[in-house]
Design a protein around this ligand. Sequence first.
Ligand SMILES: O=C(NCCc1nnc(-c2ccc3[nH]cnc3c2)[nH]1)c1cc(-c2ccc(F)cc2)cc(O)c1O
Ligand SMILES: [Mg+2]
Length: 214
Amino acid sequence: TGSTRPQRLLRAVQKNATQGDPQSVINAIDHFCRHKEWAMNVGDEKGSILDSVVSEVNPSTALELGTYCGYSTVRIARLLPPGSQLITLEFNPAYAAVAKQVIGWAGLQDKVQLVEGPSGDLIPQMKDLFGVQSFDFVFLDHWKDRYLPDAKLLEECSLLRKGSVLLADNVICPGTPEYLEYIRNSPRYESRYFKSHLEYTKVEDGLEKSVFLG
Ligand SMILES: O=C(NCCc1nnc(-c2ccc3[nH]cnc3c2)[nH]1)c1cc(-c2ccc(F)cc2)cc(O)c1O
Ligand SMILES: [Mg+2]
């Protein structure tokens, strides 16, 4: 049995990145995905937009839906102020195992809680499991047909407050039409589209930033 792509990505991090240096982990993954094997990380171009939104929000509590190999987890966690927490949900145990090691290599394990399971089951448990009152920032990057039900679930569980920011990846490719339709037409959100490209390609993609108005 050969290795998987996430395992080869992890090996590239262990070979080319410096332990405790998040930027070198980000650079090693981007280099691997650009020159060796494409992988569905948010990437460097959309990643810079993610960085600017995270820095602007400066969240105390952040949530990521869809960890994959932990690339965006590292991007977000490296920008968090001391004492803040990033909770990241991953459904696939093989992805979670790789992500845990990537996050550890970056030295960011103390800022990140990686939780395995389906988002639909875990979101209603956030208050009990982690004592979270509400999320200042949510990055949606999991199954594209889960963006809308999970955004509604966050509302229903009162996990959003006035000013909470949702940032959604892949709203063009693979696309999240139902989510876009809802969030752009809802009076409870103020939305803005950041045009970019699908990671490591020239294909159009973008991020949708939506502020919850309460
Ligand atoms: O599917 C994607 N991402 C989702 C992975 C995932 N990783 N974890 C989950 C999960 C799903 C339920 C969950 N419930 C709780 N956690 C969960 C996590 N889903 C994705 C796909 C592409 C892509 C574009 C063009 C192509 F030709 C092929 C592919 C690009 C991207 O940037 C993506 O993010
Ligand atoms: Mg994505």
